[in-house]
Design a protein around this ligand. Structure first.
Ligand code: ADP
Ligand code: MG
Length: 267
């Protein structure tokens, strides 16, 4: 494979220059971090699964009219995306209380929220991605009011779609994180969904047992994170090694101790 220019190495992915202007290649690593990168480790096969899951989710979102950066998957760990100017805001969509909101507001983990909640965090590792209000976004010009309206509307649509998609796989979508970017067309810009949607940035619980099927297994040293990621992919029906190309072979022989329900019905 020809050498490509690396543009950025993040915590979970590497970005390379794409084959055409305005494109990038996202390479998904097995590296895992938590608590603002205080905790570091690897989850074997995570990159392969996140690449697949994100491809699947972004493709389905495109089908319902959500504009995304995803172009196509290139191989087991890489996908081609449109280069965007990332808006420095992490949008967190919450359906059920878990994670930082429990600590902040004294909520019990697993408490359903009165309604879906959108939260905004300023994307800055050095500051630990602090929670911000829309007033901060307007005040510092991180996004325009128009952009924020688009972002909020898309986040709610994505949530509605994903809740149904995961429910069909017997998974409850507790919360998840989204990133958005701008793409320019002359003087005009529009907002598209960027980054990834995978068990790294979602809380996913088994519908029947509430077993965690996401990065909380790593955060809390619960073990079985590889199996959990595989289980999510399997239930979504995206675990087929149909690449044909060289590269890694998915180890499907892993034990199935996390399997708590039958495979999802297709469609
Ligand atoms: P981080 O450690 O910053 O979270 P990641 O390991 O997740 O980084 O790597 C992905 C990086 O690429 C993120 O900083 C993300 O904002 C950025 N990114 C995601 N999608 C795009 C895109 N379409 N164009 C430009 N940058 C992107
Ligand atoms: Mg990231």
């Amino acid at each position: 494979m020809s050498r490509r220019r690396q543009i950025y190495e993040g915590k979970a992915k590497i970005l390379y220059e794409g084959p055409e202007p305005g494109t990038l290649i996202q390479y998904f690593k097995d590296d895992a971090t938590a608590f603002n990168a205080e905790k570091k480790g690897t989850i074997n096969g995570k990159g392969v699964i996140n690449n697949r899951v994100s491809e699947y989710v972004f493709t389905r979102l495109a089908h319902i009219g959500i504009p995304t950066h995803f172009i196509r998957r290139l191989n087991m760990r890489e996908q081609l995306v449109r280069q965007a100017e990332i808006i420095p805001i992490e949008v967190v969509v919450r359906n059920v209380a878990a994670g930082s909101i429990c600590k902040r507001l004294g909520l019990e983990e697993g408490e359903p929220l009165p309604h879906t909640l959108l939260e905004y965090y300023y994307k800055d590792d050095a500051l630990g991605d602090p929670l911000i209000a829309e007033e901060h976004i307007a005040c510092f010009g991180w996004a325009s009011n128009e952009e924020m309206q688009d972002i909020a509307a898309m986040a709610i649509r994505v949530n509605d779609f994903l809740c149904g998609m995961f429910a069909n796989a017997n998974i409850r979508l507790i919360d998840f994180k989204l990133e958005f970017g701008r793409i320019y067309d002359g003087d005009f810009s529009r907002v598209i969904l960027a980054d990834e949607i995978s068990p790294d940035g979602c809380r996913l619980w088994d519908m029947d047992t509430n077993e965690k099927l996401d990065k909380d297994r790593f955060r809390r040293d619960l073990g079985g994170e590889e199996e959990a990621y595989q289980e999510v992919a399997r239930r979504l029906g995206v675990l087929q090694n149909d690449d044909g190309g060289p590269g890694e072979v998915l180890d499907l022989s892993a034990h199935r101790k996390l399997r708590a329900s039958p495979p999802p019905k297709k469609k």
